[in-house]
Design a protein around this ligand. Structure first.
Ligand SMILES: Cc1cc2nc3c(=O)[nH]c(=O)nc-3n(C[C@H](O)[C@H](O)[C@H](O)COP(=O)(O)OP(=O)(O)OC[C@H]3O[C@@H](n4cnc5c(N)ncnc54)[C@H](O)[C@@H]3O)c2cc1C
Length: 393
């Protein structure tokens, strides 16, 4: 692979992308396909896992299909779910996922597969992707961000760029260095514990809601499903810090229908825990920089929608960079990116925040899902009507 750390890094690029997962690798791929010279760096290892369950919304699957990488996800052994089941207390709602063209259902690939596939596509398109490399500072010129300072094998390197894209996640160092303002802040959040199980069906995503409780299962690669539970952060602090396995089992035990579904299935480990963090939206761009993915817009994981937002945001920001480099007014090009992103956030965040507060009333959860469904339709329409054909390599 050409994304090894020991390959050379050039002294300057059109664009440097910090972070090379859902948002960063996609952005690097799209910009390289447009003929720009791109460097993407990530401080973690190529193909490594990250803290996340794996659900993609239909629009996320559509993006992978349009970009020509969905087949690699299929070949990686990702099952396709054709049904989503919601248990709201004693009420049951089953939804058949309609097949639309190549999007034949819902895919939930492990991040080890998804992020690696996107990195490979970026490298195939001509981007330099370097793992084990950290961005430690930004370069400035005449009031603009003009490159990055990297730590490569213990040495500092300065790399010039016409634009720096922060795709570096919730605790974005790029956002910190440029002083990006927080333009919206949520209050509610939920904590999550998940683990991997075998012996569950591979064609259905299941969600269980109870009074102040949530849990579910999502089929993924290698015949496994991710089983997750949500709880209030204070409950998490009180019960889960010592033993997340016990805390997960205790939450499942409170949802008898979920207990019945898990009968005969077996936990194969891989426990991960997330203590919760309220959602936010940050200023999306400034002179010579922009933020994409969680770096600029983060929602509670109960939405299972951050990866899809990252894949849509990547195309919005890549369009803005390419248009401005081609001579369009920078404020107009990046303003459009920020407006579209903020409109997606405005549709998605209110219902997600209500669900994340784990309300006692099932009616609140159900109506919030109806609202989320409208947001899912809107983002699908955005892709179909606003995004052009994507050049393959
Ligand atoms: C518990 C949990 C469950 C979730 N489940 C789902 C789900 O089912 N579906 C879904 O769509 N979303 C889910 N999400 C959200 C999803 O994980 C994120 O929205 C998604 O990972 C965002 O992608 P990203 O590329 O923006 O950021 P990230 O995936 O966070 O990637 C950022 C990368 O930048 C790197 N980086 C950071 N700083 C630097 C630096 N200074 N130099 C170099 N590299 C740097 C990091 O190491 C990281 O690899 C979940 C999140 C959590 C916490």
């Amino acid at each position: 692979m050409s994304n090894r750390t020991d390959l050379p890094i050039r002294p300057s690029y059109d664009v440097v992308v910090v972070g090379a997962r859902a948002a960063g690798a996609s952005t690097a791929m799209l910009l390289a396909r447009r003929g720009l010279s791109v460097l993407a760096v990530d401080r973690t290892a190529y193909g490594s896992d990250t803290l996340s369950t794996h659900s993609l919304a239909p629009a996320g699957v559509l993006q992978l299909s349009r970009w020509g990488v969905l087949d690699a996800i299929r070949k990686g052994g990702t099952p396709v779910a054709s049904r989503v089941v919601f248990h709201y207390g004693d009420d049951l709602v089953e939804i058949d996922v309609p097949a639309r063209g190549d999007v034949d259902g819902l895919y939930s690939p492990r991040r080890t597969l998804l992020d690696r596939t996107l990195v490979d596509a970026a490298v195939d398109a001509g981007a330099d992707v370097r793992h084990g490399v950290s961005m430690v500072g930004l370069l400035h010129d005449a009031g603009r961000v003009a490159g990055v300072q990297l730590e490569v094998d213990g040495e500092l390197r300065c790399i010039a760029a016409r634009a720096v894209i922060g795709a570096d996640g919730v605790r974005s160092r790029v956002a910190e260095h440029v002083g990006a303002q927080t333009t919206h802040q949520e209050a509610a959040t939920s904590a999550v514990i998940y683990s991997h199980w075998e012996g569950l069906p591979d064609d259905v995503i299941v969600n269980h809601y109870g009074s102040g409780k949530v849990a579910g299962s999502i089929p993924t690669n290698d015949g496994a499903a991710v089983v997750w539970v949500g709880m209030h952060p204070d409950e998490f602090r009180a019960s889960a810090r010592g033993n997340v396995a016990e805390a997960q089992a205790a939450r499942i035990a409170e949802l008898p229908r979920f207990v019945a579904e898990l009968e005969g299935a077996r936990c194969i480990g891989g426990y991960r825990a997330w203590p919760g963090q309220p959602g936010f939206v940050r200023q999306g761009w400034g002179a010579g920089w922009a933020l994409v993915g969680d770096a600029g817009y983060f929602k509670d994981p109960v939405s299972a929608h951050g990866i899809t937002d990252a894949l849509i945001g990547a195309e919005l920001v890549a369009d803005a960079v390419a248009d401005s480099f081609a001579g369009a007014d920078e404020a107009e090009a990046f303003g459009r990116f920020e407006r579209e992103r903020d409109a997606m956030a405005a549709r998605m965040m209110p219902p997600v925040a209500r669900i994340a507060s784990l309300p006692d009333e099932m009616g609140v959860v159900m109506s919030s899902f109806v609202e989320m469904t409208k947001a899912l339709h809107a983002e699908w329409n955005l892709i179909e009507s606003n995004f052009g054909a994507v050049a393959a390599v």
